[in-house]
Design a protein around this ligand. Sequence first.
Ligand code: HEC
Length: 132
Amino acid sequence: MKLLVATVFTSLAFNASTAQEMTYGQAEYLNSCAVCHGLDGKGDGPLGDELVKRPADLTRLSKNNGGQFPYWRVFAMIDGRTMVPEHGERDMPVWGRQFLPDDVKNYGPNAGEIVTTERIHNLAGYVQTLQR
Ligand code: HEC
């Protein structure tokens, strides 16, 4: 299983990264998140103007949480599958649901879920590096 997962991530990284020095998280962020949250996470991406709610400034999550990065909250927010909407629809896509069908198609139901979870971890880890 370990070997399978390692293989899966190698091929994932190969697909996702455009520049080789990029981490998976950064490549995925630029692909999926920057359009709303902006290249450096300040919430100023081009699609933001079209939304009812402004995309969050992702550079201040630690600052707004007493200096501690709220990792699990960020993870759950990105995944979205466990979140109960407070005020109807959310503007942010439910990434757990977006990633899963392709990952299941490519890697099967069990490994697919693992890959989806790992992609969300990579994203949460990358968002952590954006803190200032
Ligand atoms: C279509 C625009 C859009 C895209 C694409 C998008 N987001 Fe968001 N995001 C939002 C909006 C709007 C909010 C504000 C909260 C809401 O929707 O209720 C938000 C909120 C968040 C939050 C919560 C911040 C907080 O204050 O706790 C995180 C974390 C986040 N986004 C990360 C991401 C990541 C990582 C990606 C890429 C996988 C992403 N977002 C892609 C629009 C977007």
